[in-house]
Design a protein around this ligand. Structure first.
Ligand code: 5RP
Length: 269
């Protein structure tokens, strides 16, 4: 890896422990103004100080994130299909690498839909994006997306999708936690971070998933809805940080969440 690319990657995966707590808030690119992300500026403001990196589109960066914010950007650069369209997998690259450079992105992120009708198209998107990233020194996060086919989230499928994503040159991979996750990580030669998926019934469940993922080899989390759809988003991201960076157990993280959500502690920055 060239120096610039390694340097950018180290802004996302912290050099002290190689781990990261990314905050995913790119959902509007296919979901529109989804619950609790109607006004990204308001949602993100209290959370940014606790995020190792922020995953958003260029539209949200420019309109909702202060240019003086000291948070590395992982810029979502794929899209083009929405929940209203025929197929969420029909994605193209939506942002030029030059714009990622202009925005001082630390990495760019793109979804691949392995096994879908758009497998070849989205894997081609990834390969070309990696080529462009290497030219300018920007690492690529490959997202193994499943669209509406949530049943695809098993270890056999995710191991295939993660490995293919890494083979095509992604510098790190985002996927889902699943039973047998250890094998997914073991078969992927680059760091793996997990998405949270739809909001869990309670924060304990999401913290348990994060804990298990870290125990089974994940390099961090890139969660969205389970943070900003929580009744106490700041407490939630701080509890996740305890798991990822401070070796907290799931129970210790739950206790921290309970402590931080007490009146007076809410939205502590
Ligand atoms: C969509 C994404 C989202 O950023 C991802 O799903 C993470 O958010 P959540 O934790 O809400 O699932 O990459 O493809």
């Amino acid at each position: 890896m060239d120096w610039g690319l390694r340097n950018r990657l180290s802004r996302v995966l912290r050099p002290e422990d190689g781990r990261t707590v990314m905050l995913a808030a790119d959902h509007g690119y296919f979901l529109g103004p989804t619950h609790r992300l109607e006004d990204p500026r308001e949602t993100l403001r209290p959370l940014i100080p606790f995020a190792d990196a922020l995953m958003v589109t260029r539209g949200v960066v420019r309109s909702c994130v202060d240019a003086t914010a000291q948070v590395p950007l992982v810029l979502r650069v794929s899209g083009g299909s929405t929940v209203a369209g025929p197929d969420l997998a029909d994605e193209v690259v939506t942002t030029a690498m030059e714009d990622a450079v202009r925005l001082n992105a630390s990495a760019v992120a793109l979804s691949v839909f392995v096994g879908s009708a758009y497998e070849r198209q989205t894997l081609g998107n990834l390969a070309r994006l990696v080529d462009r990233g290497l030219e300018v020194g920007i690492p690529v996060l490959g997202v193994t997306a499943v669209g509406k086919e949530l049943e695809k989230r098993d270890a056999r499928y995710l191991a295939l999708a993660c490995r293919v994503t890494a083979e095509l040159g992604a510098h790190f991979v985002k996927t889902y936690f699943c039973d047998g996750f250890e094998a997914v990580v073991a078969g992927c030669p680059v760091p793996v971070v997990i998405a949270g998926g739809p909001k869990s019934d309670n924060e304990r469940d999401a913290l348990q998933v994060a804990y298990r993922a870290m125990q089974e080899g994940a390099s961090g989390v890139d969660m969205g809805r389970n943070v900003w759809q929580s009744t106490h988003p700041v407490a939630m991201i701080r509890a996740l940080r305890a798991i990822v960076h401070e070796q907290a157990s799931a129970q210790e993280a739950c206790d921290l969440f309970d402590e931080l959500r007490q009146p007076g502690q809410r939205q502590v920055v």
